[in-house]
Design a protein. Sequence first.
Length: 97
Amino acid sequence: MTVDNFLNHVRTNDAPDTQWKVSVQALWYAENGDWKLAHELSQQGDAKEGAWVHANLHREEGDLANADYWYSRAGKSASPLDVTLERREILKELLKT
């Protein structure tokens, strides 16, 4: 799946595909503006991947100290990109694995 396929799915479906990794499902909810469910899913399974998504969500929320903690758990540095662009970069990486 490509990022464009994913974004089309977001626009045309009521829920993510349950066969996707939990971290990708969390991104689906983030793209739909459901921060609460995205946050909950980012904490389930896919430890480092989920931590990366979790960091992005806290960054979007404006809680940079918490975001930094989750970037550290993910083994990543905070991104200089806009939050939405960073989410696309995370998605690209997660779709590769």
